[in-house]
Design a protein around this ligand. Structure first.
Ligand SMILES: Nc1ncnc2c1ncn2[C@@H]1O[C@H](COP(=O)(O)OP(=O)(O)OP(=O)(O)O)[C@@H](O)[C@H]1O
Ligand SMILES: [Mg+2]
Length: 268
């Protein structure tokens, strides 16, 4: 049984415009699925619907076989955690430690276990030295790290990351995404991003364009669909472009390849 099943999901904030239109897909337990798409393509709306922060009006969502509704929302929230793109709205505690503890306290997790998890997940995101600091005084990237630790600490089966690393510096992104990657198989992961490089750590990619799915394939195939990606306002991987360049110029000598690669670097 799929851990996530979405059938004919349509969502509108206003009458005029569809944020999501007839979206259907299934995600198996342990899958790592990236969701990409241009600004306004419906990614965050989908994330919010999946964890019940927006109410499904047309279509249905099943989480671990449970149909999402007002009656099941509490049960579903035990299974699914989400980190948003803007960490500012996510803080409730006076210290980083309080903040990570908050969700755990709500679930009656005992104190020893709580301490253990706070230390473990703060360390994973590189924020263990900040546990006694006030979250308001952290930088954007540090806030995002804490928000990620808070969600990881809940140890839910399903994790959704909605551009959760957008403010973290490149080396930090590597650390955090490595931590996320290490959860692969153990967790079901939905990773929302604009950056196609990041999708390579997943098993599969779903592309949204104007609220509709225009591509849903295993990552190796999906990443090569240059036309669909470009038409969806996504920038294809640099490697894709270089391979094309080599083919287009019919290059087979090392010197020729080097020359064309340098030329293309200067043209950028
Ligand atoms: N609260 C809201 N009220 C009205 N319209 C909204 C609201 N939130 C989003 N929308 C609209 O719904 C559509 C989808 O927005 P959504 O935030 O899901 O896109 P996104 O793919 O997450 O974009 P981004 O890459 O910028 O985060 C957009 O057209 C947006 O303008
Ligand atoms: Mg968004």
């Amino acid at each position: 049984m799929a851990i996530i099943e979405v059938n004919n999901l349509t969502y509108r904030y206003t009458k005029k415009k569809y944020a999501l239109k007839d979206v259907s897909f299934k995600i198996e337990r342990g899958e790592f699925v990236s969701i990409v798409g241009h600004n306004g393509s419906g990614k965050s709306t989908l994330g919010k619907l999946l964890c019940g922060l927006l109410q499904t009006k047309h279509g249905e969502i099943l989480i671990d076989g449970i149909k999402l509704s007002d009656d099941t929302i509490d049960e579903v929230r035990q299974k699914i955690g989400i980190v948003f793109q803007n960490p500012d709205n996510q803080f409730v505690g006076v210290t980083v430690k309080n903040d990570i503890a908050f969700g755990l306290e709500n679930r009656n997790i005992d104190v020893d276990e709580m301490e253990k998890r706070i230390k473990k997940y703060a360390t994973i995101v590189g924020m263990d030295e900040f546990l006694d600091k006030n979250p308001e005084n952290l930088s954007g990237g540090q806030k995002q790290r804490v928000a990620i630790a808070s969600v990881l600490a809940m140890e839910t089966d399903i994790l959704i990351f909605d551009e959760a690393t957008s403010m973290i510096d490149p080396l930090g992104v590597k650390e955090v995404t490595n931590a996320i990657k290490s959860l692969k198989e153990e967790k079901t992961i939905i990773y929302i991003t604009h950056n196609l490089d990041e999708t390579l750590m997943g098993d599969r990619m779903i592309v949204l364009k104007n609220g509709e799915i225009v591509l849903d394939e295993k990552i190796d195939n999906a990443i090569k669909q240059k036309d669909i990606l470009t038409n969806s306002n996504l920038e294809p991987l640099e490697q894709m472009e270089l391979i094309e360049l080599v083919n287009k110029n019919n290059l087979n000598r090392k010197e020729e390849v080097e020359k064309v690669l340098w030329q293309s670097a200067y043209q950028k």
